[in-house]
Ligand binder design. Structure first.
Ligand SMILES: [Cu+2]
Length: 119
């Protein structure tokens, strides 16, 4: 009897530890995945990028949507990303894998500027 219980305990304990490790592992994976799953929206409206400065975690995808009746672009000042000409309701996305500050502008209307801060 005692022998059997000891044997069961000997099996159950490693299984429980494995399950705990698995749970802890998946929990930390979820936490790590959260920034890469993050996304943010920038709307182009009335010749303005809004919000003008957007702060996102590393791994986030930023999507620009042109809500103007006029074509615009979203082009990184440092050449990190470059949209095509976006017509009304067209979108452009870029995923930011590195921390930093990414200024950008509209090549058609260079006075239109914005900034993505990745941290
Ligand atoms: Cu523009």
């Amino acid at each position: 009897m005692t022998k059997t219980n000891a044997r069961i305990a000997g099996v159950v304990t490693p299984v429980m530890i494995a399950m705990l490790l698995l749970f802890a592992g998946s929990a930390s994976v979820t936490a790590n995945d959260q920034p890469s799953a993050a996304s943010a929206e920038v709307t182009i409206d009335n010749f303005v990028f809004g919000p003008q400065t957007i702060t996102v975690p590393v791994g986030a995808t930023v999507t620009w949507t042109n809500k103007d009746d006029i074509p615009h672009t979203s082009v990184s000042t440092d050449g990190v990303f470059k949209s095509k000409v976006l017509d009304t309701d067209e979108k452009f996305s870029h995923t930011f894998d590195k921390a930093g500050t990414y200024p950008y502008y509209c090549t058609i209307h260079p006075k239109m500027t914005g900034k993505v801060v990745v941290q």
